[in-house]
Design a protein around this ligand. Structure first.
Ligand code: NAD
Length: 370
C-alpha cells in the first residue's frame, strides 16, 4: 500500500473552516485500509504574513515542493488590504504556482442533479453537464513583456500588454488536454482567436500538430473563443474538454462555472508537467472561491468546493478514480437528500452549517461503501 504526502495550506477566512471538513474526508479514506494519506500543515496568505511577515515561508515552500499534492484553502481578507504589495496574501498562491510550475489549470463544470434548478439556464440545457476547462496558467498576456503604461506627454497615456506564447507552452497544455480527454469522453475543443491574433494562429497550428503526433484517438475540434463563449451558454453539453490560453481560459472558465450555480460548489486543480521518470505531476488543489470574509467564523461556509477539490486530487494525482467517483457521488447524494448550505439553499431544502454538510458527506461515503 502506498502512502501519499499531502501539504494542507488552509489560509485565511473560511479556508481553515472548510479544511476541517477535508480532514474528515482524508481520515475516512485512511480508515478504509487502502493507500493512506499523511498530512502536514503550513501557513499561507494573511496567516503566514502575521506569523512570518511573508505570504509563504521558505520552509512551507519547501514542503509544498516535496509534497505529492498541496491542498489549498483560500487567502486574503480586509485585515491585510494594506500590507506591502509583494507580501500581500495572493503573493503566496502566485509563488506556489510559479515555483511549482503549475501551467495547467483544470476547472470542471459539473451540474449536480439536485441543483439543476438553481442555474440561470434552463434545466434541460445544464442537467447532467460535465465539462472540463483547461486553462494555460503561466504564460500569455498576463505575463508577457513589455507590460507598461507610458506617458505620451500630450495628455495621453499608452498601455501595453503583450501576448506571448512559445511552441513548448502550447504543446504541453495540448498534451494534457488530450490525456484528460482520454479519461473522459474523448473530445477536445481548442479555443483561440486565430482570425485576429498571431498567438491564435500558432496556438491552432501547435494543437493540430500535437494531435497528429500520438493523440488521434481523441476527437479534436477548433472554435474561435468568442463563438466558444456563445456556445457555452447555448448548448454546453456539446463539450468535453475545452483548452485555451490564460486570458480566454480565465473568462470562459468563469462562464462555465456559473452554469452550475454557486461559487461554493466549484473545485479546481493546477498541475505541472509530468516527471519523465515517475509520470507524477506537481499539483495544487483549491476551491475557486476566495476567503469569504463576510461569512468567516459563522459556520455557514459551503465545504463542497473544497471537498470536491480533494476528489480531484484523488483522480488526477493518485489515480484513484473509483474513490474520486465515490466522493463525488457522496456529495451528490447529500444534496439529493435536500441538505444545503445557505449559499445554495432553495425552497423546501434544509439549511445546514459547514460541519453538518461535511458530516453528511461522510455519512454518504459510509452508505456507499457499506
Ligand atoms: P469570495 O469568493 O471570497 O466571496 C464572494 C462571495 O461568495 C461572498 O459573498 C462569499 O460569502 C461567497 N462565498 C464564497 N465562497 C463561499 C463558500 N464556500 N460558501 C458560501 N459562500 C461562499 O470573493 P471576494 O469576496 O471577492 O474576496 C474575498 C477575499 O478572498 C479577498 O481578499 C480576495 O482577494 C480573496 N480571494 C482569494 C482567492 C484565493 O485564495 N484563491 C480567490 C478569490 C478571492
Amino acid at each position: 500500500m502506498a502512502t501519499h504526502n499531502l501539504l494542507l495550506l488552509p489560509g485565511d477566512g473560511i479556508g481553515p473552516e472548510i479544511m476541517v471538513e477535508v480532514k474528515k474526508v482524508i481520515s475516512w479514506f485512511n480508515a478504509q485500509g487502502g493507500d493512506s494519506f499523511e498530512t502536514d500543515e503550513g501557513l499561507v496568505g494573511g496567516s503566514a504574513y502575521d506569523a512570518h511577515g511573508v505570504a509563504i515561508s521558505e520552509e512551507d515552500m519547501a514542503k509544498a515542493m516535496a509534497a505529492d499534492a498541496v491542498i489549498f484553502g483560500a487567502v486574503g481578507g480586509p485585515k491585510w488590504d494594506s500590507v506591502p504589495y509583494d507580501v500581500r496574501p495572493e503573493a503566496g498562491l502566485l509563488r506556489l504556482r510559479k515555483d511549482m510550475e503549475l501551467f495547467a489549470n483544470l476547472r470542471p463544470a459539473i451540474c449536480y442533479p439536485a441543483l439543476a434548478d438553481a442555474s440561470s439556464l434552463k434545466k434541460d440545457i445544464i442537467e447532467g453537464l460535465d465539462i472540463l476547462i483547461l486553462r494555460e496558467l503561466t504564460g500569455g498576456v498576463y505575463f508577457g513583456e513589455p507590460k507598461t503604461i507610458t506617458d505620451l506627454g500630450n495628455g495621453q497615456k499608452r498601455a501595453i500588454d503583450t501576448q506571448v506564447y512559445d511552441t513548448y507552452e502550447i504543446e504541453r497544455i495540448a498534451k494534457a488536454a488530450f490525456e484528460f480527454a482520454r479519461t473522459r469522453n474523448g473530445k477536445v475543443t481548442s479555443m483561440e482567436k486565430r482570425n485576429v491574433m498571431k498567438s491564435g494562429v500558432l496556438w491552432n497550428e501547435v494543437v493540430t500538430a500535437t494531435h497528429k503526433n500520438g493523440y488521434e484517438d481523441v476527437k479534436l475540434e477548433h472554435m474561435l473563443a468568442d463563438a466558444g463563449g456563445m456556445q457555452l451558454v447555448r448548448w454546453p453539453k456539446q463539450f468535453d474538454v475545452i483548452v485555451c490560453d490564460n486570458l480566454f481560459g480565465d473568462m470562459l472558465s468563469d462562464v462555465a462555472a456559473m452554469l452550475t450555480g454557486s461559487l461554493g460548489m466549484l473545485p479546481s486543480a493546477s498541475l505541472g508537467a509530468a516527471d519523465p521518470k515517475t509520470g507524477k505531476r506537481k499539483a495544487l488543489y483549491e476551491p475557486v472561491h476566495g476567503s469569504a470574509p463576510d461569512i468567516a467564523g459563522t459556520g455557514a461556509a459551503n465545504p463542497i468546493a473544497m471537498i470536491a477539490s480533494f476528489a480531484m486530487a484523488l483522480r488526477y494525482s493518485f489515480e484513484k478514480v473509483a474513490e474520486a467517483d465515490m466522493l463525488d457521488k457522496a456529495i451528490a447524494n447529500a444534496l439529493a437528500k435536500g441538505l444545503r448550505t445557505k449559499d445554495i439553499a432553495s425552497e423546501g431544502t434544509k439549511v445546514v452549517g459547514t460541519s453538518e454538510m461535511g458530516d453528511a458527506i461522510i455519512a454518504e461515503l459510509n452508505a456507499l461503501s457499506a
